[in-house]
Every structure is written in C-alpha cells, then in structure tokens.
Design a protein around this ligand. Structure first.
Ligand code: ADP
Length: 530
C-alpha cells in the first residue's frame, strides 16, 4: 500500500548512485584514455629519437675509425718509404691501398697492398681540381674534411677513396682506398653488435636489396623502423628496429593492459554501487514491510474486537429471544477470540524465533491423533463456512520426534490459510502419510493458488502475494514463516505445490522418531487457545 510512496525515492536513489559512481568513473576512464594516448605518442617519439641516435652513433663510429686511419697515414714521413706504407696497410687490413697527389694533380702515387708503388692518372683516383680546391680551402679554415669518392662498383659493392688534404709542406692530398663489404663486415659489425645488445636489431643494406649485408639478427628491409644513409658509402643504408615486439606493439600492449585495469576498476565501482543500491532497496523494502505489518495487524485486531464487542453488547441487552440465537452469538464470540489468540500467538512466536528464544520440547508424537484433534476443533468453523472437508490419515504411522504444540500450530496456520485463500470451491483435505524423506501431514485446498514467482517467497516473514484477493484478506505474512521455522527446527521441511486459480497443497515432512521411542498418544496440543 505504501509502495508508490517508497518506490519513488528508491528510483531517485538509484539515479543518484548511478550518477555519483558512474559519472566520475566514466570521466576518469575518458581522462585516462586521453592521457594514455598522449603518453603513448610521447613514448613513441622518445623511442624514435633513441633509435635515430643509435643509428647516428654507428655512422659516427665509421667516421671516427676512418678519421683515425687518416691521421695515422698523415703522420707517416714525407716522402714515405714503401715499407712504411706496407706496414700501415698491414696494420689496417680493411684499407686496400693508399695514394698521394700534389695539389696540381700532376702525379698520383698509388701503393696497393703487397704491390710496388705506381703512378696513376688523377681520374683513377677520382680526383678533380674542384675537389682539391674545396679540400684545401677547408683545411685553411682549420677543418680537415674527408671526402668519400666512389672509385668503382662491383658485385661485392663499391670501392671508395677517402680523400683529404694532408698536413705538411708542400700541401698535398692523401687517400685511403676501401671496399664496402670488408668495412661493414669487419669494422661496423662489432659496433652494431655492441649497440644492439639484444634489445634492438641493426643491419646494413646495400642499394635495392631486401636482405642485409650484415645484421645483428634476422632482418628484412621492410621490418626497419628507421634508416640512415651511411656517410662513407652513401648508397648503403643503416637500419634499426626493436627486437621482438615493435614499438607500436609494446605501446598497444601497455595501452590494452592499462585499459583492462581501468575497466576492472570501473567494474568494481559499479559492483559497489549495485551492492549499495541493493542495501538501500532492502532497507526501503523493510520499511514498507514494517508499515504494511503494522497496518495489517491493527486491522486484524480491530475486526474481531469490533465483532466481539457488538455481539457481547447485544447479549448484554438481553434482547435475543431464542436460546439458539444466543448460542450462535456465543459461538461467534468464541471463534473471534480464538482468531485473536492465534494472531497474538503467531506474533509472539515469531518474535521468540527472531530473538532466538524459541525452545521446542521434543518427544515422540503420533501424528494422526494430533491431526484429528486439530480438525475436531476446526470442524465447526469449516462446516459453518460451507467447506467440504476430507481427511485421509495413513494407518500404522510411526511416531515423529516433535514438539506437539509447535506442529499443531503449524497445521493450524496451514488450515487457516486454506480457509482464507479459498473462493467459490470451498474444499480442504488433510492427510498424513509416509514418504521417502519422512512422515508428512498435508493440507490441500481448491483455493486461489499461488503464482510460481511467489512460491519461494511466501515462506519469508511478512511476505504476502500481491494479488488483489490476498490483499483483501487479512493477514500478517507471518504464518508460513513460522511453519517453515517449525519444520526446519524439527529437521524436516515444508513444501508447496500450487497452481494459480486451481488450489494449493502444503506438505510438512518430519523425520520418523527413533524406533525404540514410545509414542505419547494423547499429548494435549491445543494450548494455543488458552
Ligand atoms: P498471511 O496469510 O498472514 O498473509 P502467511 O505467511 O500465512 O501470511 O502466507 C503468506 C502468503 O502466502 C499469503 O499472503 C498468501 O499470498 C500465500 N498463501 C499462503 N497460503 C495460501 C493458500 N493456501 N492459497 C493461496 N495462497 C496462499
């Protein structure tokens, strides 16, 4: 009845919670994704710079090595004895030959390894006046330039002359002659390995080839992240990539991991909000149940009290003519009193159970006499209301170990419900019997039945099905909660079979008492009326 009033704030709470939790979570996630993207871009840039620096370092190394060779050549005495030249070539096996030329390019003295000195044309050493002028001019400015000039290109790669203006007087040009393949294989390879250190793959590629001349690990040109033309052999390219995953893969993997963590965090937040919402909903539900309960109980108290008062007053006035009429009034007063007693008992028992103070006195109980006694008590009411009553008590039932008063109370609650929730087809059948899981007593009716979705919940305290007929019927929602508690306290169970509109069957099952125990056949059970 208070549902709409309480449900409205519940929806509001749900929205507020969703806004409180989800909004910051979403904003945070969006922020993180954005900053992740930025960070990743920055990281990518840093990686690229690092890779380029490494390529630069290798190229610089090539320059340093050749520069030191040039220095050593320059320091040889002038004119240079052939033996000293051969000794120099011996010490620098990558250099094939050396040569000197005067600045007018009149004579070029060429000494190859293990060969006598000879004079060659300036063209053979790729020397031209313009180059001579340039090198001399640089030298005057205090900067010794090494000019790499391609002399020839063969299958094995280019042969290069490294020409520079040598120190000394008169001024002259000197040159170192190198082949690309041995230079890469013997001079650059160790440096590439040193730089790679297992974390990068570096390689040198000749012009137009997919496979490298030399690489620190298997490498294709297409895999390269960065390349740089070698200063010394400008057709040759130096290339690098990360070993294993590429930069993008590393970045993507990190991004995915971070996103996963954020997702998890968001899930935890949503989970927390959901639990909070459930708690609040339960609290609201409880508040509703409480207020329903108070309203129901007040109503249940008021009706019998009003009837008792009305009939008692009529009797008091002495206006009733016949004895039969008076008896009928007394009967009604007695019945209403019983109803009140049952109601109060249910509430008291429930409060005992809730506070853990309920105690049962277990003893062997014969079920059939107890059922008969309860039915005897009820017969008048049932007859009066026009119920067809059937009893089907199994013969030779063993006793059950039970608190007779408690199971009588459970039975009364079941019969009470059968009466309350029957409409036109007024029928109650009470039976006992033996089943696989114990001994049972069953109450069946042809009443309104219970919808499947309500069948689990009707045993919860205060729960009442939401059909209009149930709401028009008085009740507190405590009866079946008590029945279930009593059944479970006996090590048994209560089960319902029901179809909406066709009736219900409640079965209380108890374990049989140990065989040696003697049944106490005449336990007075109906103290509930006391
Ligand atoms: P109350 O009868 O006071 O509402 P109970 O705990 O005895 O509380 O029953 C809980 C609910 O189960 C009832 O409100 C009703 O919806 C449903 N119910 C119980 N017994 C029957 C029955 N025999 N037929 C139909 N519905 C029933």
């Amino acid at each position: 009845m208070n549902r709409p009033v309480l449900m409205a704030p519940l929806h509001k709470i749900a929205w507020i919670l969703a806004a409180l939790v989800l909004l910051p979570a979403l904003v945070y996630v969006a922020g993180r994704v954005h900053s992740l993207n930025e960070n990743e871009a920055l990281l990518g840039e840093i990686y690229d710079q690092q890779l380029q620096t490494m390529l630069f370092a290798v190229d610089q190394y090539a320059w340093d090595v050749t520069r030191s060779w040039a220095g050593r050549l320059e320091r040889l005495p002038v004119p240079t004895p052939e033996a000293e030249v051969q000794a120099f070539l011996e010490a620098t096996p990558t250099v094939q030959a050396v040569f000197w030329a005067d600045t007018l390019l009149q004579a070029v003295r060429w000494i190859a390894r293990d060969e006598p000195a000879r004079t060659v044309s300036p063209e053979a050493a790729a020397l031209e006046p313009a180059l001579v002028r340039r090198l001399l001019a640089r030298q005057k400015l205090g900067y010794q330039q090494l000019a790499p000039l391609t002399l020839a290109t063969s299958e094995a790669g280019p042969t290069v002359a490294l020409v520079f203006a040598a120190e000394g007087s008169p001024p002259r040009l000197a040159g170192l002659v190198l082949d690309a393949a041995p230079f890469v294989g013997e001079v650059l390879a160790p440096k590439l390995e040193e730089v790679a250190r297992g974390r990068f793959v570096l390689g040198v590629f000749g012009p137009g080839t997919e496979a490298p001349l030399y690489a620190t690990a298997p490498l294709q040109r297409a895999d390269l992240r960065h390349t740089r033309a070698l200063w010394l052999f400008d057709d040759y390219e130096l290339g690098i990539r990360l070993s294993g995953a590429t930069v993008e893969e590393v970045i993507r993997a990190r991004f995915r991991r971070d996103l996963g963590l954020i997702g998890l965090l968001a899930l935890v937040l949503v989970g927390g909000a959901w639990m909070l919402y459930r708690n609040v909903r339960r609290e609201v539900e409880l508040a509703r149940i409480k207020s329903d309960f108070v309203a129901n109980v007040s109503h249940e108290l008021r009706t019998p009290l009003a009837l008792i008062r009305m009939y008692a007053e009529t009797l008091e006035l002495g206006r009733l003519a016949s004895e039969a009429q008076r008896q009928a009034y007394y009967q009604i007063i007695s019945e209403e009193t019983q109803r009140l007693t049952r109601l109060v008992n249910n509430i008291l028992n429930f409060s005992h159970i809730e506070s853990g103070r309920k105690q049962y006195q277990f003893a062997p109980v014969a079920l059939n006499p107890m059922v008969e006694e309860v039915m005897e008590r009820y017969r008048f009411t049932l007859d009066q209301q026009g119920f067809r009553v059937e009893m089907d008590l199994a013969e030779a039932l063993p006793p059950v170990r039970a608190d007779a008063e408690a199971i009588a109370e459970a039975l009364i609650n079941l019969i009470d419900n059968a009466v309350k929730y029957s409409e036109a087809d007024k029928y109650v059948r009470v039976s006992t019997g033996r089943a696989a899981d114990g001994i049972f007593v069953e109450v069946a009716d042809h009443g309104i039945g219970i919808a499947p979705e309500d069948q689990d919940r009707i045993f919860d305290a205060f729960y009442r099905a939401s059909s209009s007929l149930v709401h028009d019927t008085q009740g507190t929602g405590l009866g079946l909660a008590l029945v279930r508690h009593i059944a479970e306290a006996h090590g048994g169970a209560v089960r319902v079979q029901s179809r909406a509109g066709q009736g219900s069957r409640f079965r209380l099952t108890f374990p049989a008492a140990p065989v040696e125990a003697a049944p106490s056949l005449s336990t007075p059970v109906l103290q509930t009326d006391a």
